[in-house]
Design a protein around this ligand. Structure first.
Ligand code: GRG
Length: 309
């Protein structure tokens, strides 16, 4: 457990948890694993495009959630690392496709030019496809010390999370809602629970399955993830209004410009912040049975509402 200083905690008290150190340490591990996961080989052009976006930085929140949950239920980082990398591959492919002219048409992502701006639309589409397919291959071939049954469950959960009943479905309803600032709250919630929430939930649930969580623990973890998933998206909407392009690493203020329905446009900024806080508290309440082993996931939930990018 990472404490804020090197001193032992007073008797009977658990040491304070230093999320910033935890995230930095985990980020280093994830970056190294991602780099190794995708060697540059023939045909170099496509591997270069895939590596360009996969290794472009980002918070690495999804792999870190997967690793933290696996450890929470008694598993190891090694058991979950191939799935953690696969989750980042899938997240990255969704960003590449989301940035295409046919979708959000963005020039910047993670502070760098978007994939299609560097490699062209044809290669960007294929780089996304390549990452998506490779993610599943990577889990199936690289996971060690986990039963085949659990690996199969992970692959099935992940497939569902990215399909038309998850990410793809959320993106379709988002596209349909473009230019309709008056859409209902239920539609907005559908978009976000599918477009963003489904993959975040898969990160937590898959980490739990790999680490040997019981069915009721998986359900508890799933509810934690659904709450932080929605809070994450509310904060994303808030940051689109309040943060700068430098902070975000992508174009700021796009939602307002596109007259897009967002939580702040439905509820106002203050009520949106209050709702995000409420969801984070509900998420943390799900982790109470895990006691202090849940410190990383509790701190990550808090980070979601305090983040600036
Ligand atoms: C999955 C088959 C398949 C296709 C993709 C384009 C698309 C379908 C879906 C869009 C998904 C999307 C872009 C959702 C937004 C998710 C989101 C909030 C991204 C920002 O995540 P952060 O803040 O970014 O974690 P970093 O850069 O830190 O990783």
């Amino acid at each position: 457990m990472v404490a804020t200083d090197g001193r032992p905690a007073p008797k009977g008290e658990s040491p304070a948890f230093d999320l910033s150190t935890y995230l930095k340490e985990r980020c280093i591990q994830v970056e190294a694993a991602l780099d190794l996961s995708l060697p540059l080989t023939y045909p170099e052009k496509i591997y270069e495009a895939m590596r360009y976006s996969l290794l472009a930085g980002g918070k690495r929140l999804r792999p870190i959630l997967c690793l933290a949950t696996c450890e929470l239920v008694g598993g190891t980082v090694e058991m979950a690392m191939p799935t953690a990398c696969a989750l980042e591959m899938i997240h990255t492919m969704s960003l590449i496709h989301d940035d295409l002219p046919a979708m959000d048409n963005d020039d910047y992502r993670r502070g760098k030019l978007t994939n299609h701006k560097v490699y062209g639309e044809d290669i960007a589409i294929l780089a996304g496809d390549g990452l998506l397919a490779y993610a599943f291959e990577y889990i199936a071939t690289q996971t060690q010390d986990v039963t085949a049954g659990r690996v199969l469950q992970v692959i099935a959960r992940l497939g569902r999370a990215v399909s038309a009943s998850g990410l793809v479905g959320g993106q379709v309803v988002d596209l349909e809602s473009e230019g309709k600032p008056d859409i209902q709250e239920e539609t907005l919630t559908y978009i976000h629970t599918h477009k963003t929430g489904a993959l975040l939930e898969a990160c937590v649930v898959c980490g739990g399955i790999l680490g040997g969580a019981t069915d009721s623990e998986v359900e508890r973890l799933s509810r934690y993830a659904q709450n932080i998933g929605l809070a994450f998206q509310i904060v994303d909407d808030i940051l689109d209004i309040t943060a700068t392009q430098e902070e975000l690493g992508k174009t700021a203020g796009k939602d307002l410009l596109a007259q897009k329905a967002t939580y702040p446009s439905l509820w106002g900024l203050e009520a949106s912040k209050a709702k995000a806080n409420e969801l984070v508290e509900a998420a943390k309440a799900e982790l109470e049975p895990f006691k202090e082993k849940a410190q990383p996931l509790n701190a990550i939930a808090d980070f979601i509402t305090t983040r600036t990018h």
